[in-house]
Design a protein around this ligand. Structure first.
Ligand SMILES: C[S@@+](CC[C@H](N)C(=O)[O-])C[C@H]1O[C@@H](n2cnc3c(N)ncnc32)[C@H](O)[C@@H]1O
Length: 278
């Protein structure tokens, strides 16, 4: 990808699916769907499904069941619809996590990967998930831990602030707004979940180069706003400058072999409405 084959064409959602899903979110999705123990015949909802990485993995387990992917962003859903899947049928739905368009107790499993931190009213979103999951069901969700605990992302935000000014990294830092696992635990209990298990987990992330990582962050996420309205030459120059500084903020082992490798940390929760749920 760093050798000139990287395609700049395509929407941010297409680039997200092509580069960030295989680089980052599929690793977390595999783990989340396993922890949720999705079984054949189950009704599953994935909130903030993006381009559908969790939905497709859940569908591969749900067999004769049904999986719904819900997201606020029609561009992400448009890309989700183009990706092949197997297993249970999938329905893609545009909607808000704060007002789920489903009857109460509709789902065996509700999933939400790396979405909660973006919701303007997190308690409300969790109350909605509690409302739509069956009393015997469970939810599984993940959020990133503080950014200092994921060295690649931390190098990136420091570089961004140096190149574009101190406010530049605000969006990226917002992805890491959970201070500790107890914050997620309390939010889930306050939303009505009787059994809550929050684990601190690490996945190893690897991109072909620091330059690739920086490009994907700036072209395939809400950080595209930082490059908006700038000439192509200026965009490329910003990407190169941020990458050079991010490399300077990285340790030797993160840059081994020219690749960009770092452990990424997240809090992953499985919660059930009642202690006696199956
Ligand atoms: C980092 S992406 C994660 C996508 C997907 N879960 C994954 O792991 O690849 C965050 C997603 O949250 C969605 N989102 C943000 N606020 C939302 C809301 N209030 N309701 C539904 N989706 C929302 C965004 O549109 C985006 O697709």
């Amino acid at each position: 990808m760093s050798d000139g084959h990287w395609q700049l064409e395509g929407s941010a959602a297409e680039l997200y699916q092509r580069y960030l899903v295989p680089g980052i979110t599929i690793k977390w999705a595999d783990d989340l769907v396993q922890r949720a123990e999705v079984r054949a015949g189950e009704e599953v909802l994935d909130v903030a499904c993006g381009t559908g990485v969790v939905v497709r993995l859940a569908a591969s387990k749900a067999g004769s069941g049904h999986v719904i992917g819900l997201d606020l962003n029609p561009g992400m859903l448009a890309v989700a619809r183009t990706v092949a899947s197997e297993g249970a049928p999938i329905t893609w739905t545009e909607g808000s996590a704060l007002d789920l368009p489903f009857p109460s107790a509709r789902f065996d499993v509700v999933l939400c990967q790396l979405g909660l931190q973006f919701f303007p009213d997190q308690p409300k979103a969790l109350r909605e998930m509690h409302r739509v999951v069956r009393p015997s069901g469970r939810i599984a969700l993940s959020v990133y831990s503080p950014i200092e605990r994921t060295l690649g992302a931390y190098a990136f935000v420091r570089a961004l602030d140096e190149v574009l000014g101190p406010e530049a990294s605000r969006i990226k830092r917002g992805e890491h707004s959970f201070a500790d696992p107890s914050q997620l635990d309390s939010l889930l209990r306050d939303a009505g979940f009787g059994v809550v298990d929050v684990q601190t987990l690490v996945q190893t992330i690897q991109f072909p180069s620091v330059l690739d990582y920086v490009r994907f962050q700036l072209l395939a996420t809400p950080m595209t706003v930082l490059l908006k309205g700038r000439a192509e030459s200026e965009r490329q120059s910003i990407i190169a400058s941020v990458a050079a500084k991010a490399a300077a903020f990285s340790t030797v082992s993160m840059l081994d072999g020219g690749r960009f490798t770092f452990p990424q940390e997240a809090y992953v929760a499985v919660a059930r409405p009642f202690p006696n749920a199956a």
